[in-house]
Design a protein around this ligand. Structure first.
Ligand code: ACM
Length: 550
């Protein structure tokens, strides 16, 4: 009896081993992956072979292997065996810039791509596999696989709001590391809003010295912002990881912090949102903002500027009595405030195009007068699908980032209290994983005009780095697979087991992540104010709680 049980146990053990071997622990799941026999021994004897064209990628791989696994691997011009090669190939059939092949065999690891971006994606896959193996006497065994891969979406984004709360350079770099780990490639940086202006502008130093004071939870917090040197450092760090950084300078609304610094350009506000807008009636406002954008353009080589343009109606009541706005309305024959808003947005979009940048904005612009050329709409109002339809029908490119399920300031679980929960709706990783729905991808023009998807992390209620981790992890992994893997290859159950295997990497990096499978492992951490129930409110949240937004 004991003998039989033992045999059964041993058989079960080997069956599990075999099964584990067949599962490639990569997120996002690649397009094609075939298990091969044998394994590659990665050690300090291994060499990286890469020509001068891709030397920087070889250096990145070296640096990451040392950083995470303590392995210092040499480069070489050529090697006979036990090497990793990085090669750009001419494969005209493969148009996707992120396409790559990764072949791990007992003798060598070969990464091939048509573009450096593809080599980077291949390196990310390799690093993900290496980091999940233990190092034993400076040796890592890697199972043999043949992988061919490319993403469905070119835009795989994450937005961070640092106006409401400021997290700083080191936290941003850590986020960029995780974005690279999960092959996310667009970092949308919300740098200006009501509580604080966070980007140094040399021509207008008070924007940060005065406008940088305060946060959503503390109006007297000392000025916090990124200097232009900081910005260059972050942009270079991102570029090394093939991530574009897209700055958002929100206008004409959400301008309160800027107006604190330079009230002469304020268009006033409303009782609930004082000094909320820039003044669209003054010529000097356009010169001021264009000068700001000129510096922004120099700092961000992505050649994309996001001008917000959201929620202007929250605080533009003063325009009704502002002399400059009234005289603009007469001279340009603008019949109402939305027409003034559209006029302003068009002028600033022209400035951005004149700087050879693409214009990015929230979905309010769909009802305006912008041409579709070099213009991308960020669809965020999940309760207004007709706006998405309209944007696609008019011919705008679109990034999908609807509040439900892609605003990561929504709580992850019903029992959580820090974050949005609207009419009982919260954002479980599963709903992120299942995005986008067929209703969206089947819309006319969706195939050609949807650039991709993005999660947005608004930070009214996220006050520190641990709360930030708690909102982003592990949903970022679900976002990555939703943005990369074709829907017919997605499998939520299989994803779940790969996801669990990533948790030890989160722990190793000191992240305070939410564990949906063991909720006691990481309870929600509240500040003393949050414990007393003093959660910051916002207008939309209040509306949602009243049930007007589902
Ligand atoms: C937004 O959430 N106001 C874009």
């Amino acid at each position: 009896m004991i003998k039989n049980s033992l045999i059964l146990l041993v058989a079960l053990f080997f069956a599990c081993q075999a099964n584990a071997q067949e599962v490639l622990p990569l997120i996002p799941k690649p397009l094609k992956a075939a298990k091969q026999t044998g394994s590659f021994t990665l050690s300090q004897q291994t060499q990286i072979v890469a020509n001068s064209e891709v030397k920087q990628l070889a250096q990145y791989l070296q640096a990451e292997l040392l950083r995470y696994q303590g392995l210092s691997i040499r480069t070489a011009d050529k090697a006979a065996e036990n090497y990793i090669s990085l090669t750009l190939v001419n494969n005209r059939g493969k148009k996707n810039a992120a396409w790559y092949q990764l072949a791990i065999s007992p003798n060598k690891i070969e990464i091939k791509a048509t573009q450096p971006e593809g080599l980077f994606a291949g390196i990310s896959s390799l690093l993900q596999l290496v980091r999940q193996q233990s190092v034993n006497k400076k040796v890592v065994e890697l199972a043999s696989w043949e992988i061919e891969d490319e993403p469905i979406y070119a835009w795989r984004g994450l937005m961070l709001d640092e106006s409401r709360h400021f997290f700083g350079k080191e936290k941003v770099k850590q986020l960029l590391d995780w974005m690279a780990f999960y092959k996310l490639n667009k970092f949308h940086w919300h740098l200006t809003d009501q509580p604080g202006w966070r980007i140094e502008i040399k021509a207008f130093p008070k924007l940060t010295l005065v406008g940088g004071i305060g946060s959503h939870s503390d109006s007297l917090a000392k000025a916090q912002y990124y200097t232009q040197e900081d910005i260059k450092e972050i942009v270079a760090y991102a570029a090394q990881r093939y991530i574009d950084v897209i700055p958002e300078i929100d206008m004409p609304g959400h301008a309160t912090a800027a107006n604190k610094a330079y009230p002469e350009f304020s268009g006033g506000g409303s009782p609930k949102y004082p000094e909320f807008t820039f003044n669209p009636g003054k010529e000097s406002t356009y010169q001021y903002l264009t000068q700001i954008l000129r510096e922004v353009d120099v700092l961000f080589p992505s050649q994309m500027i996001h001008i917000g343009a959201d929620e202007v109606h929250f605080g533009n009541q003063h325009w009704n009595k502002d002399e400059a706005v009234q005289s603009l309305m007469k001279s340009k024959n603008l019949k109402d405030l939305p027409a003034v808003e559209a006029y302003f947005v068009k002028r600033m979009a022209d400035s951005i195009k004149d700087l050879n940048n693409e214009v990015l904005a929230w979905d309010e612009i769909v009802s305006g007068t912008l041409s579709t050329e070099k213009t991308t709409v960020f669809w965020w109002r999940h309760d207004k699908p007709e706006i998405l339809k309209d944007a696609l029908q008019k011919g705008y490119q679109v990034v999908l980032c609807p509040r439900l399920p892609l605003y990561f300031d929504f709580v992850q679980e019903d029992s959580h209290v820090v974050g949005r929960k609207w009419a009982g709706n919260f954002v479980h990783w599963q709903s992120v994983y299942q995005f986008p729905t067929k209703e969206i991808t089947a819309l006319p023009n969706a195939n050609t005009l949807i650039r991709g998807i993005q999660a947005n992390v608004w930070t009214e209620v996220i006050v520190d780095a641990q709360q930030l981790d708690y909102k982003i992890f592990p949903r970022i992994a679900a976002l990555a697979e939703a943005a990369w893997t074709p829907s017919q290859l997605k499998d939520q159950t299989a994803f779940e087991s790969r996801l669990k295997s990533h948790f030890k990497l989160f722990t190793a990096e000191g992240l305070y992540f939410f564990n949906p499978f063991n909720q006691k492992a990481s309870p929600e951490l509240l500040t003393p104010a949050q414990r007393k129930g003093l959660l910051p409110d916002n207008e939309a949240q209040t509306a949602a709680e009243k049930g007007t937004i589902k």
